[in-house]
Design a protein around this ligand. Structure first.
Ligand SMILES: C[S@@+](CC[C@H](N)C(=O)[O-])C[C@H]1O[C@@H](n2cnc3c(N)ncnc32)[C@H](O)[C@@H]1O
Length: 287
């Protein structure tokens, strides 16, 4: 098979203008000498500790220890993906953020093959997990205790019942401002977003979920639109977008995590923590 790939398929795809690469996940490549493993884990943990603090999340455990646990777990992940979903860094960020937040309920919007569902389950063994994706045909991991639906999360009932114990994770290419407004309407305050891209970086991203969290923040005081082009197509994010304004009013705090590339060598990740203003009646986040 490998000979067929190298001799026939790769040259054929090359001529057509595509790269044919094995779907080996990035974590299948790793340091093996103890000193280098220690350096990778300590650097990643130090970066994650800074990100949790900047997000207003106080971990009740040892982030270095969680990072090591994840390092030992990830080779057993039942999803092997190279493209289209999280790699090592994104999965580690999600794992550590959820261990720190300790939610009772996790809503996941944007499941794809199921890698991040598996990560959520490893971080929160007892949580109720609710997965939404209009296309569940590619699942490689189906969590036995989670619920799955192809309807949009905003059409589901009941997600506002335990807002203080709920984290919503959005990795669905839907405008992030829309997700913020929907979460606020349900009284949720703890949100995690993948693929938050700033206006000057969004051109590098396919399926931009704009207005992104970074754009919502940048447009708070701006009068000029954000414009970019990708694959010959022009995009514009207006400055006076009512959706972005509504999301800005709902947001109390945002923090984009470091991409972890420098710490681990793996592909840059893009997790952003968003805290919404608590509804008046709520006592706020309680672990
Ligand atoms: C980047 S993938 C998710 C990757 C996954 N979280 C991971 O890291 O392995 C984006 C997914 O969003 C899904 N999607 C598109 N529109 C959606 C919607 N309205 N609600 C939920 N998911 C949606 C797509 O079908 C796709 O599976």
């Amino acid at each position: 098979m490998e000979r067929l790939r190298r001799r026939v398929l790769v040259p054929l795809f090359d001529r057509l203008g595509y790269d044919l690469v094995p779907a080996a996940p990035d974590w299948s490549h790793r340091p093996t000498s103890p000193r280098e493993v220690d350096l990778l884990l300590s650097s990643a943990a130090a970066s994650l500790e800074r990100d949790l603090a900047a997000s207003g999340i106080t971990p009740s455990g040892d982030v270095r220890e969680w990072t090591k646990t994840f390092w030992d777990l990830i080779p057993s992940a039942p999803v092997r993906q190279r493209r289209g979903g999280s790699g090592f860094n994104g999965a580690l960020q999600l794992y550590v953020a959820l261990r720190a937040l300790k939610p009772r309920i996790v809503i996941e919007s944007g499941v794809f093959r199921g890698l991040t569902t598996w990560v959520i389950r490893q971080a929160c063994p007892d949580a109720s997990i609710h997965c939404h994706d209009p296309d569940l045909s590619g699942l490689q991991y189906r969590d036995a205790a989670a619920t799955y639906g192809t309807a949009d999360w905003s059409e589901a009932d009941g997600y506002g019942r335990d807002p203080a114990g709920t984290v919503a994770f959005f990795d669905d290419h839907v405008p992030q401002a829309r997700r913020v407004v929907e979460a606020q309407a349900r009284g949720l305050t703890r949100l995690l977003f993948d693929d938050d891209a700033a206006g000057h970086r969004i051109h590098a991203h396919g399926g931009p979920a704009h207005p992104t969290i970074a754009m919502i923040e940048a447009l708070r005081d701006a009068s000029e639109p954000i414009r970019w082009q990708r694959n010959g197509r022009a995009f514009e994010q207006p400055a006076d977008d009512p959706l972005a304004r509504a999301a800005a009013a709902a947001i109390a705090r945002t923090h984009a995590f470091d991409d972890l590339h420098r710490a681990t060598g793996y592909a840059p990740a893009r997790l952003t923590s968003v805290t919404l203003h608590a509804p008046a009646a709520s006592r706020g986040w309680a672990a």
